[in-house]
Design a binder for this molecule. Structure first.
Ligand code: GLY
Ligand code: MN
Ligand code: MN
Length: 463
C-alpha cells in the first residue's frame, strides 16, 4: 500500500474532474470456486485499490462531490471471524490509513445510497464485471442486470481512465519491480527448457516464481508449442526437437502491479534456419517499437509501422509480394498478426479493460478499425509520457485462416499462398516487452531485458 497522501491526492484529483453528485465504489468480495468456503485467490478491484488501497473483501465507499464527504463501508470482525482469520484491524483504522475519516457498516450502504437517490442525486458507478457487485447494484439501485453496462457513468469512467492512464512515479517503481520478477520467471523457463519435458512442468516452475516472489500470475500462463493459437492455455504436450514454444506470462506482485512478457524459444535450444528467418523479423519489429514510441506518435501509427516492417521481412523470404504501402492499407498483416501491437498495463495486465476497451485505448477522435488485427488493437492512443504499454508483435501461421483467405482470394495480390505451404506446421512467434513512455521516447520496464535476439536466446538456453 502507498502512503495515505497518495490516496488522498488521487481522490482529490478525481473529485475535481467530476462536477457534482455521488460516486459509488464497490470493492470485490470473495468468489467461490467449487463450494462456498473454497474460494479463488482473492483479487481486489483495481479501481478500488487505486483510490482506497484496502486489499480486503467486502468494502464499498461513496464520495459526495458536493460536500466532499467520503465514507468507507465495511464490517468489523466478530469472534467467529477472529477464530478463523486471526485478529484484524478495525474498518476505521484501515480507512484512516488511506485518509478516510468516516466509516459505516456495509449494511448501511444501501440506505445511504437510496436516500441520496431519493433526493434526486445522481449515483455514478463504474461498469460491474463480478456477479456479486451486479447483485449489489440491482439491490441498491434497482437496476436490471442487462442495463448495468449502459447505466454506468461515462463521466466517471472517463475521469478514472484519464487519471490511471498516466502512471505516477510510485506506480512505475512497482511496475519495475513486477518486471524484475517477470524476468526471473521467464529466465527460470529459459534455463530449464529441453526436449522431452512436458509443457506443464515449465508452467509450474514459472508460476512458482510468481507466487513465491510476488502474489500470483497476472493472467493464466500461455506456454505452448502451438503458438499459432494466440491464447493457448493447454500445456500437455511433450517438447519436441524442431518446434518452437511461445511463453507469454507475467507476474502480479503484492501491490498488484503487473508484468507481461513473451518469449519464443526453440525447444532444443537451437533455432532451425527457417525459424531464425521468421524470428528475426519479429525481434527486429519488437525492437523498433522501442525506438519509435514517444510522445506525439499514436500507438496506432506504431502498429502500422511495425506491420510494414514485418511485411517487408516476409517479402524478403518470399511469402508476401507487391507494394507494401498498399499491402498495409489492405490489411495483409492481419493474416500473420491477427492482434494489436499492445495494450495498457498497470494494476491490471490489460489495464482498466473493465471500464471498456475503447475508453481506455482510443482517443475521442479515433475509431476502431474493422480489419483483422488492427481491429484488435487495444491501445491506439496518442502516446504521452507516463503511459505504460506492452510491445508484442508476432507472426503466426494459422492453417485455418490461411485456407480461408486463399479460398476467398482475400489479398491474393499480396500473398504467395504456395510459399506458405512450407509454414503450415511452423506454429507462431511472439515477443513482448513492457514500455514506459518518457518525455522524449520510451524505456523498457524492469532492469534487465530478457534474451531477445537469436544469439541471445541460444546462448541463454545453452547455459
Ligand atoms: N494476456 C496476454 C497478453 O496480452 O499478452
Ligand atoms: Mn503477454
Ligand atoms: Mn500483453
Amino acid at each position: 500500500m502507498f502512503s495515505k497522501e497518495i490516496y488522498v491526492a488521487r481522490r482529490s484529483k478525481l473529485k475535481s474532474s467530476i462536477n457534482k453528485e455521488i460516486l459509488l465504489f464497490l470493492g470485490n468480495s470473495e468468489a467461490s470456486s467449487n463450494y462456498p468456503d473454497n474460494t479463488y485467490i482473492f483479487r481486489q478491484d483495481s479501481n478500488w485499490l487505486y483510490y482506497f488501497g484496502i486489499d480486503k473483501p467486502d468494502f464499498a465507499a461513496i464520495i459526495d462531490i458536493e460536500s466532499g464527504e467520503e465514507i468507507i463501508f465495511g464490517n468489523d470482525v466478530d469472534i467467529d471471524d477472529i477464530i478463523w482469520m486471526g485478529p484484524q484491524p478495525s474498518v476505521a483504522d484501515q480507512a484512516a490509513e488511506v485518509g478516510v475519516a468516516k466509516t459505516a457498516p456495509l449494511a448501511k450502504l444501501e440506505s445511504v445510497v437510496r436516500d441520496a437517490a431519493a433526493k434526486g442525486r445522481k449515483i455514478h458507478f463504474l461498469p460491474p464485471y463480478r456477479n456479486h457487485n451486479k447483485i449489489m447494484l440491482n439491490s441498491i439501485l434497482g437496476l436490471a442486470f442487462g442495463q448495468m453496462k449502459e447505466a454506468a457513468s461515462e463521466e466517471f469512467i472517463k475521469a478514472v481512465v484519464a487519471q490511471r492512464l498516466i502512471k505516477e512515479p510510485c506506480e512505475v517503481m512497482e511496475i519495475d519491480k513486477a518486471c524484475n520478477l517477470g524476468y526471473a520467471m521467464h529466465m527460470a523457463a529459459t534455463k530449464l527448457m529441453k526436449t522431452g519435458m512436458i509443457e506443464q512442468e515449465l508452467v509450474g516452475v514459472m508460476e512458482g516464481v510468481a507466487v513465491s516472489g510476488g502474489y500470483m500470475t497476472s493472467f493464466p500462463t500461455i506456454l505452448s508449442q502451438n503458438g499459432e493459437t494466440l491464447h493457448n492455455h493447454t500445456h500437455h504436450q511433450i517438447l519436441t526437437e524442431g518446434r518452437l514454444t511461445v511463453i507469454d506470462a507475467g507476474v502480479e506482485i503484492a501491490s498488484h502491479y503487473c508484468s507481461d512478457n513473451t518469449r519464443t524459444l526453440p525447444c532444443s535450444g537451437r533455432f532451425t534456419q527457417q525459424q531464425k528467418d521468421v524470428y528475426t523479423i519479429v525481434s527486429e519489429a519488437e525492437n523498433m517499437t522501442l525506438s519509435i514510441a514517444r510522445p506525439g506518435i499514436t500507438y496506432r501509427e506504431v502498429h502500422l509501422t511495425i506491420s510494414r516492417l514485418m511485411l517487408q521481412g516476409l517479402k524478403n523470404i518470399g511469402i508476401v509480394k507487391g507494394d507494401l504501402d498498399e499491402a498495409v492499407a489492405q490489411g495483409v498483416q492481419g493474416l500473420f498478426m491477427p492482434h494489436g501491437i499492445g495494450h495498457n498495463m498497470g494494476l491490471d495486465v490489460h489495464d482498466m479493460e473493465d471500464l471498456g476497451e475503447n475508453y481506455v485505448g482510443y482517443d475521442p477522435d479515433q475509431t476502431r478499425a474493422k480489419q483483422l488485427g488492427l481491429g484488435s488493437l487495444r491501445m491506439a492512443r496518442m502516446l504521452r509520457a507516463g503511459h505504460v504499454i506492452t510491445d508484442e508483435p508476432g507472426i503466426y501461421f494459422i492453417p485455418a485462416l490461411i485456407d480461408q483467405w486463399k479460398a476467398e482470394g482475400h489479398c491474393k495480390d499480396f500473398i504467395n499462398f504456395d510459399a506458405l505451404d512450407a509454414y503450415r506446421t511452423f506454429g507462431g512467434i511472439r515477443i513482448e516487452d513492457d514500455l514506459l513512455i518518457t518525455e522524449k521516447g520510451a524505456r523498457l520496464l524492469g532492469s534487465k531485458r530478457l534474451p531477445r535476439t537469436v544469439e541471445e536466446v541460444e546462448s541463454a538456453m545453452a547455459e
